[in-house]
Design a protein around this ligand. Sequence first.
Ligand code: PRX
Length: 571
Amino acid sequence: MDMTKIPARQGVYNVESYEKVREGFDWNEIKKEFSWYETGKINAAYEAIDKHAKNPMMKDKTALIYSAPDREESITFEQLSKRSNQVANVLKKYNVAKGDRVFLFMPRSPEFYASFFAILKIGAIAGPLFEAFMEQAVRDRLEDSEATMLITTPGLLERVPVDELPALKQVVLVGDGEIDTERYIHFNKEVADASESFDIEWVDLEDGMLIHYTSGSTGKPKGVYHVHNAMIQHYATGKWVIDLKEDDVYWCTADPGWVTGTSYGIFAPWLNGVTNVIRGGRFTPESWYETLEKNKVTVWYTAPTALRKFVSAGEELVKQYDFSHLRHIMSVGEPLNPEVITWAQRVLNLRIHDTWWMTETGAMLIVNLPCMEVRPGSMGKPIPGIEAAIVDNEGNELPPNQMGNLAIRKGWPSMMRAIWNNPGKYESYFINGWYVSGDSAYMDEDGYFWFQGRLDDVINTSGERVGPFEVESKLIEHEAVGEAGVIGKPDPERGEIIKAFITLNPGYEATDELLEDIRLFVKKGLSAHAAPREIEITESIPKTRSGKIMRRLLKSWELGLPTGDTSTLEE
Ligand code: PRX
């Protein structure tokens, strides 16, 4: 492994000015950069879009470059402001009010972004859902959030059990063609007729803005609740870490159904008034390289899985494109292999800046800044205003180079404010004033943090978090499956793949067809990324005496590791 350190460069900050920012840092200083610091009236949609639309120097600047296989469009800040006003007027007409949950289930499109801001402009709470979710995944989230309105497309409607969701009063359909207007709200028609001006709902910094569902090791997905205050950190990290400057063309590859796609696919670039590239369609190295080249992308935020695919696609492919405008690449979601960093350095002559954070943290916490030396394999150091540490299970700080729980001192601007409907779960994240992440890591003598792994059973496959419980629950709904235990199995490209151990009910034979049928059953019920890539049939699933599946034991078996303490194993 090449562990050569990669030297620092000048960013928005150089090392000295950055150290000054860190010293005695106070988030209130950042707040002063916003107009509402004096008026007290805020709304993140105003700060991200309308403020620029009102500025004669900014209104005609391209906010969004949308590029999908079947559609290309450039939209200015003024246009995005007006379009979101139109949608907001439609929502208002249908009585959406402050605090209501309005969910979005549709592909990335200009309509998605206009609707997202419309929800915020009303003071309602947006719940974007990953477009690849299937019925069970959609149902769980709409049920738990008690969303009153869903904005979706006619094509995705069949995955929404509309009649079985008592709280869901209205469904808006985005698209052309026949729409049953007795039952559904016709987005295109209503929006076309709506006024382009709207009186925005001014809210409090602590008012709700967004819910992202994420998976833990037990139970259904949890609704991570964020408030408008989060924008302070989105804005600041956009400047410090992404290093955004006025003329940048920025591209974040994440889907807005995941937190990276909102915090850094929406807020960070637009709060900083930067041109934002949004790309729909499937991933191929060629089409993504094309997107970088064609739009002259200057800063790119993506994930290790994609970067590993570029490495596999080879150096010859790179030579066919011009990346001279690209300043640096950023990465999040899973461990970034040192080999990928050194590859990018050698082949692209670009630094990759790893960043660490979570759905619950709302924004970046541990990062590599341009003015920092990159130590391949390390996630970097905490941003100003963030105190990170390695703690033991009681919340006591551990010395450098000792492995433990990666923890953050409670109380940063973008921290989740609740787990929706689940105060007990929320409290369980905090020990002794620390937010405990569930990741294990250590810190070296120079304050760089090094990721080791998850401490719970949460699976990270291609940077997407999957809860084993959800997959197990789906598996046992299949008529042939008796019991199921699900683990993450290390994989060179995807980080981890999902492996399921199952027992078969009497009368079923272990054939390839049956295993494929079971796999498809999970894929059609939950989503493609949650479907097990490997299924193994066993005689029984190891459980504790109280009936908990011992996934750790399954994992040890799979990896041929010592099984450790099995004293709680059922007979
Ligand atoms: O295990 C860590 C991993 O992803 C988890 C958070 O997943 P999620 O909430 O889906 O958010 C992903 C994008 C913000 C973390 O607990 N993770 C995230 N970033 C890194 C990482 N693992 C290693 N290195 C990272 N840079």
